[in-house]
Design a protein. Structure first.
Length: 331
């Protein structure tokens, strides 16, 4: 059994970015159902901040990171969809992608098409698969058809810019919100039909105006506390409130009884990892994403690059909402 070493970013307790430490770890051979992968680039996501801060409680010590791309170096027994030398990318539990080399479950690792670079692969898997399950699998009553209005908060973020482009390709009228005029312009450039600066405009009033008072079929919300109440009022009758993040903090408890007077609306709290529990579903969703990217319908913007050892600065920028598009760690 060979033992290799790798740089990795680890925390020993929940807290701020100062908890992120560069350490050396040993990496062994993959067991059945596992692979060993050498990363070329690593993706950064808001879930990493939640896990570091303690919003999502995790066992310690914790090696962070949910997303990366690289080359398969070893394959455990029973793994048939990957072989040594394959270019691959993933968004996957358990955390641990902030490193050069790791052993991990093979189930959610997908072969990366030659037309997609390692950096793009690392930047797009978690955010792209999130956009995929939102627009294709998290649907209001009757589904979504071309021409339908949807509201997407944080439209200039990593998931948002992918969703803007994908929604445009699907013929949807995506109303994107963001916290500055520059971010609104970016969302518009990427396919949002309408944009609202929620720092200076009342997004509820604007949504009603844009939709002729009817409201939207679905709200996709990763902001949480700050946008929740008004988002419910943006929905048409039988509309769907799809919460998938808490960038401004978790949503306060609410009484289900309020949903009836608002139009018998639906509420769901989604996570990517519920959608990628099987190899087959993961691959089908990834194939849809790969096709969207290689066809040119969706381009992946990498607006920030940090070295692995600069991960504290990367987390500070992400939490301050100073980032647009995708952020990666380079190795």
């Amino acid at each position: 059994m060979s033992t290799l070493t790798s740089r990795a970013i680890r925390i020993d307790q929940h807290g701020g970015p100062e908890q992120l430490r560069l350490v050396q770890v040993t990496v062994g051979e993959p067991a059945a159902g596992e692979i060993r992968i050498r990363h070329h680039a690593v993706g950064l996501n808001f879930i990493d901040v939640y896990q570091r801060s303690g919003l999502y409680q995790m066992p310690m010590p914790l090696q962070l990171g949910m997303e990366a791309a690289g080359v398969v170096e070893a394959v455990g027994a029973g793994v048939t969809h990957l072989k040594v030398g394959d270019r691959a990318a993933y968004a996957s539990q358990p955390p641990g992608s902030y490193c050069d080399l790791r052993v991990m479950p093979a189930k959610c690792v997908c072969k990366l098409p030659d037309a997609i670079s390692f950096e793009t692969g690392a930047a797009m898997m978690l955010k792209g698969l999130t956009a995929q399950y939102l627009l294709k699998r998290t649907l209001p009553q009757g589904g979504l058809q071309a021409g339908d209005f949807v509201l997407f908060h944080a439209a200039a973020g990593g998931v948002g810019l992918i969703a803007c482009q994908w929604a445009r390709a699907m013929g949807l009228q995506l109303i994107g919100t963001a916290g500055s005029d520059a971010k609104c312009a970016l969302a518009k450039e990427h396919g949002a039909a309408f944009v609202i600066n929620y720092a200076s405009e009342d997004f509820l009033a604007r949504v009603k105006e844009i939709t002729g008072g009817k409201g939207v079929k679905v709200v996709y919300d990763s902001v949480g506390k700050d946008t929740w109440d008004k988002s419910l009022d943006c929905l048409a009758p039988f509309g769907l409130m799809a919460s998938f993040g808490n960038a401004s903090g978790p949503v306060a408890p609410f009484a289900p009884g309020i949903l009836g007077p608002k139009g018998s609306i639906y509420v769901t709290r989604q996570t990517l990892f519920s959608h990628i529990t099987t190899r087959e579903t993961t691959q089908a969703m990834a194939d849809d994403l790969f096709e969207a990217v290689t066809s040119g319908n969706v381009s992946i913007r990498i607006d920030q690059r940090f070295k692995l050892e600069e991960v504290q600065q990367a987390h500070i920028a992400l939490e301050a909402r100073k980032t647009t598009g995708c952020t990666i760690l380079t190795l």
